[in-house]
Design a protein around this ligand. Sequence first.
Ligand code: HEC
Ligand code: HEC
Length: 504
Amino acid sequence: MLRSMQSLPPMRGERSRSHRLWAVLAASFLVATALPTAHAQAADPGPRGGPAAAGNFFSTLNADEQTLFNQAMGRFVETDSVTGTLEAGKGLGPTFNGNSCAQCHAQPAVGGSSPGLISPQTPVPNPQVALAKLDGAANSVPSFITANGPVREARFILTDSTNFSSPPDGGVHALYTIKGRTDAPGCTLAQPAFAKELSRGNVIFRIPTPTFGLGLVEDTSDSTLRSNLNATASSRASLGIGGSFNTSGNDGSITRFGWKAQNKSLLVFAGEAYNVEQGVTNEAFPNERGTNAACNFNATPEDSSNILNHGSTTGTLSEMSSDLVNFAAFMRLLAPPTPAPPTASTTNGAKLFNQIGCNLCHSTSLTTGTSPFTGMSHFTYNPYSDFALHHMGANLADGISQGAAGPDQFRTAPLWGLGQRLFFLHDGRTTDLVAAIQAHFSSTTNCTTVSTSQSFNVLTNTTKLFSPGTSGTSCGSEGNAVITNYDGLSPSQQQDLLNFLRSL
Ligand code: HEC
Ligand code: HEC
């Protein structure tokens, strides 16, 4: 019944939870068998069919802005090779997870989240499988990359998984290297030892977040975000929900992009992604990762503005700009997803969403400030996120700290576009909305931490390592009370809520 694609080792906290869930399922099955008119168990209706409800430019843009959007999209879909000969873009590697932004940001349209075989729009296998050997590359496909699973990147928790007192790692270890590619002669760089690190519980995953509507998010002021959070302080407190912002170490303002709200702006995210995901150095991140001179084939940065041609170039704004600036422009001008027309069921589901407290983290609306783009100023949008961090407990914790976001803290995931998403949660562990909701719950029993002789903690009810600084007393989730409310809904109410989520 649950269509979970969980490929991670089971965690003890989750197991007792699913036992309880199983008891509920079994009980309602008995009732349903005895009384044919009784409600069936609520189920995720699955990804919504029909055309992609996202991927266009923001509807009120003027003609120039539309032209820029379309040209910038060309950069977002461009495929990179090492020297720009095998594929048009230049700068791939030495290490990489993908070879174009649109390879990972694809569902249900360019700019979105992970593609997948179960897409009603564009069913495709995970492109990271074929990528391993593209153009002669000699990579093996790590066990957590599968044809019917999500696009993933991997982070390591510790720098040395045999030594709890080693410093935290936290960084992305790219899946692949350019070794063996016909455009990378002489490069012999090996892949990370994923199997070994996996067996030691030292690897966590992240899937792509969709970029639709992010110009609106970027254009929302810190004071709007703070007053949105403050407005629910007492209702949140009554349900045990905290909430705090991640902030930039550079200027102190609220950072809001990425699973842990770790990045400041679309430009910074694009610069980081270009170098980390594809290995393309750029004006924001000008140096190659790692020290492998034999694997560096281009002058750095590999992507830059055409400033050297300035004055002699009569190109468009897009042509004059770097890939980096084009990526950011494309994302800034992308419209948010369009929800499906409401039905009686989804209208009731929206009401229940607020009634049981989902909206206390997943804020239903925010308003932009003054935008340079036509029609995007003072615009009220529906991200279903407060863009704040919450402690989500041991089941979701990944042991990674980024800025103010600790090992079990995540940005409230925006739910817009959920209807046509295929994989859920930061690691893409499920395709089932019910499982995604239940994962918000973490038992508060067995929360004792084991302090090793070093400065290190391992939560006893998970199989994962935790970085130093993990709170030693709590492994429950701020979502617990709201999930208990969800469990208290009747199956038909739960169904309305799920139908509502799939209408977004
Ligand atoms: C190999 C797959 C992959 C490729 C290629 C890729 N991304 Fe991503 N993207 C991800 C993942 C995974 C995340 C989530 C990262 C995190 O938060 O830890 C992400 C997140 C993002 C976000 C944050 C969105 C939000 O919700 O806050 C932006 C912006 C983004 N990517 C832009 C880009 C751009 C621009 C490119 C091309 C230069 C790109 N990405 C290439 C996998 C990819
Ligand atoms: C305490 C704050 C909080 C509450 C309350 C909460 N959520 Fe969430 N939600 C989050 C966070 C944080 C994540 C991201 C967790 C992760 O990926 O590890 C998330 C993720 C999700 C996802 C997966 C989205 C994605 O991009 O993969 C869904 C679906 C979801 N929540 C639905 C709900 C529903 C429905 C409710 C009410 C029953 C609810 N949430 C209540 C904070 C909350």
